[in-house]
Design a protein around this ligand. Structure first.
Ligand code: HEC
Ligand code: HEC
Length: 344
């Protein structure tokens, strides 16, 4: 087992121990029965899609899996049926939600259906799983929202629902998101990241970052290697356009085939290469200054203003983030909330 893999396991064990300890403390103070510590689900028990019966739901969920894996062909900007063109780029959901949402720390979708409805700090409203899928369509896929009664949307929702079959509502899963490696004391450095990129990423994603199409003449066949920037990439309002998300995703999953158990990039290189990728041009989403009606709930690494604090855009994009977090905590104590002047 590698050094990083070992650390990862220790972090989880340490976290559980910390939870148990705080529970004991609470017990000592209140005399109440201690609640059992919330543990994450380690083994994801996902039904076999190919074995789902051929009733109404089975084929719909399998169609949903196909949309996740080959989004470009079904709903991409060059899809055969012009009315089905909801995604604005030729990515696949599964380019980011790796293994069609089944990979630990590869932005899994296993708990998504069980996680929603949930409060979204980005919109300031309670979102359904349907709203959340449309957020990825608008931002990660640089496209437009799909109505709930469209068959491809029904299929995506059916797929997500089957994935969550054995995940209780509000359960946590081990391996959610993209991980959380330690942060650096310094800002991530795009120029150092350029060297990491040339050395570790460019063979696949190409020097120009535009990836490799399966067929140059047929964009609706998607990418053998997806683009990381340029006109066919995710836009600046996407979750992947935030440094912490991208750096962890890259650390735990890239070069493609890497597992969180045995990362190949040093954390420092992952931070810097993510900063390099985010310094490159990408589509811009209009109106993102209206995101996060309470600016105290805006993630520290959102790369676009306005902010509740007076740190520079540069520091929000590349860190270091600890001083920003401390200031946000102080503002929350003193002011409770900071309304976004641009939000409706
Ligand atoms: C061996 C080839 C290979 C290497 C090397 C590689 N990648 Fe990837 N990368 C891929 C493939 C293939 C995918 C899509 C995975 C899928 O669809 O299952 C991907 C997906 C991604 C994604 C998410 C999709 C997107 O287009 O935004 C990011 C971000 C990414 N890679 C960044 C990097 C970075 C940064 C490096 C260098 C540290 C790197 N990759 C190295 C092949 C590679
Ligand atoms: C460029 C990368 C990328 C692409 C492409 C992408 N997503 Fe996402 N998606 C993300 C990120 C990042 C998150 C936030 C993950 C988190 O907060 O842990 C996310 C979150 C989600 C969630 C919420 C998961 C949860 O448990 O809260 C759903 C559902 C989702 N995406 C569905 C989709 C679907 C369906 C598609 C294709 C139509 C898609 N995504 C395409 C990056 C992407």
């Amino acid at each position: 087992m590698t050094r990083y893999g070992f650390c990862g396991l220790k972090v989880i064990a340490g976290f559980t121990a910390a939870l148990a300890f705080s529970t004991l403390l609470a017990f000592a103070q209140t005399d109440a029965t201690p609640p059992s510590p919330r543990k994450g689900i380690v083994i994801w028990d996902v039904p076999a899609f190919d074995a789902l019966p051929d009733d109404e739901n089975g084929p719909l969920a399998r169609y949903g899996r196909s949309i996740i894996e080959a989004t470009y062909a079904h709903i991409g900007p060059e899809a055969v049926n012009p009315e089905a063109r909801y995604a604005g780029n030729n990515l696949a959901c599964a380019n980011c939600h790796l293994h069609a949402g089944l990979k630990k720390f590869g932005l899994p979708l296993v708990a998504a259906s069980a996680d929603y409805p949930a409060y979204s700090s980005r919109t300031g409203t309670v979102s359904s799983i349907f709203d959340r899928v449309n957020q990825c369509l608008k931002r990660s896929m640089n496209g437009r929202p799909m109505p709930e009664d469209e068959r491809p949307m029904q299929a995506i929702l059916a797929y997500l629902k089957v994935l969550s079959t054995h995940i209780p509502t509000e359960a946590t899963i081990v391996g959610a998101g993209a991980g959380s490696m330690p942060e650096m004391d310094r800002a991530a450095d795009p120029s150092r990241g350029a060297a990491v990129y040339a050395h570790t990423c460019a063979d696949c994603h190409r020097r120009d970052g535009l990836g490799v199409r399966r067929n140059e003449a047929l964009p609706n066949m998607g990418y053998a290697v997806p683009p990381l920037w340029g006109p066919d990439s995710f836009n600046d309002g996407a979750g992947t356009a935030r440094l912490i998300t991208l750096a962890n995703f890259v650390h735990d999953n890239m070069p493609n085939g890497t597992s969180w158990i045995a990362p190949t990039l040093a954390p420092e290189d992952a931070w810097d290469v993510a900063a390099f990728v985010l310094s490159q041009p990408r589509p811009q989403l209009a109106g993102i200054d209206r995101d996060f009606p309470d600016l105290l709930l805006k993630p520290v690494d959102a790369g676009y203003p306005p902010y509740a604090d007076s740190f520079s855009v540069e520091q929000h994009r590349f860190g270091p983030f600890a001083p920003i977090r401390a200031e946000i905590a102080r503002l929350r104590e003193t002011r409770g909330e900071v309304p976004n002047p641009n939000s409706p």
